[in-house]
Design a protein around this ligand. Structure first.
Ligand code: IMP
Ligand code: MG
Length: 180
């Protein structure tokens, strides 16, 4: 049913698994002797964070923050709204923010600055997808799963109007779906 709306698969299920394994090993190496706080940005982070943390062999904590910037369309409004705040304090913590995708980087810019303002010792970003062609704010995530072209994608956490997050892969949505 959902797959009828997909033009083509961009990152397959086995590719995502391999990416998460590679990223998890890098994080495990880089944060050895530390106890990072991994903060997922809801809701898109969920499948990625779930797969990623299986490959992180550290005493890490996880927390979640609800953030939205789309309000229904296919372009970020840049109006970043926090819909759920953290449970944990970030004071003196090594924070790793887990994102589904960095596009304009407006979301990550706002959240990074907020967490630093709240006293985090370090704030790095790990993202499944990077769309550098979309940048408005200059920013390069420390950990990138895969760099993708300037296309609107859905699946593995990424939505269009809250749908398609449950697809097990990342695919390009048929433009006819959002031009209806
Ligand atoms: P940014 O603030 O433009 O970097 O956007 C980050 C957020 O926009 C991501 O967490 C996604 O929720 C959403 N986003 C950006 N590009 C896409 C896309 O191609 N498909 C679905 N959501 C996207
Ligand atoms: Mg998101």
């Amino acid at each position: 049913m959902l797959e009828n709306d997909i033009e083509r698969i961009l990152v397959s299920e086995p590719e995502i698994k391999a990416i998460c394994q590679r990223l998890g090993e890098e994080v495990t190496h880089d944060y050895r002797n530390k106890k990072p706080l991994i903060i997922g940005l809801l809701k898109g982070c969920l499948p990625f964070m779930g797969e990623l943390i299986k490959h992180i062999d550290l005493y890490c904590e996880i927390d979640l923050m609800g953030v939205t910037s789309y309000h229904g369309g296919v372009a970020s409004t840049g109006d970043v709204k926090i819909t759920k705040d953290l449970d944990a304090s970030v004071l003196n913590r090594d924070v790793l923010i887990a994102e589904d995708i960095v596009d304009t980087a407006k979301t990550i810019d706002v959240i990074r600055k907020l967490l630093l303002y709240r006293g985090a010792k370090s704030v790095e970003v790990i993202t499944l997808l990077d769309k550098p062609s979309g940048r408005i704010v200059p920013f390069e995530p420390k950990y990138i799963g895969v760099t993708i072209p300037k296309e609107f994608v859905v699946g593995f956490g990424l939505d269009y109007d809250e749908y398609y997050r449950n697809l097990p892969y990342v695919g390009v949505l048929k433009p006819s779906v959002y031009k209806k």
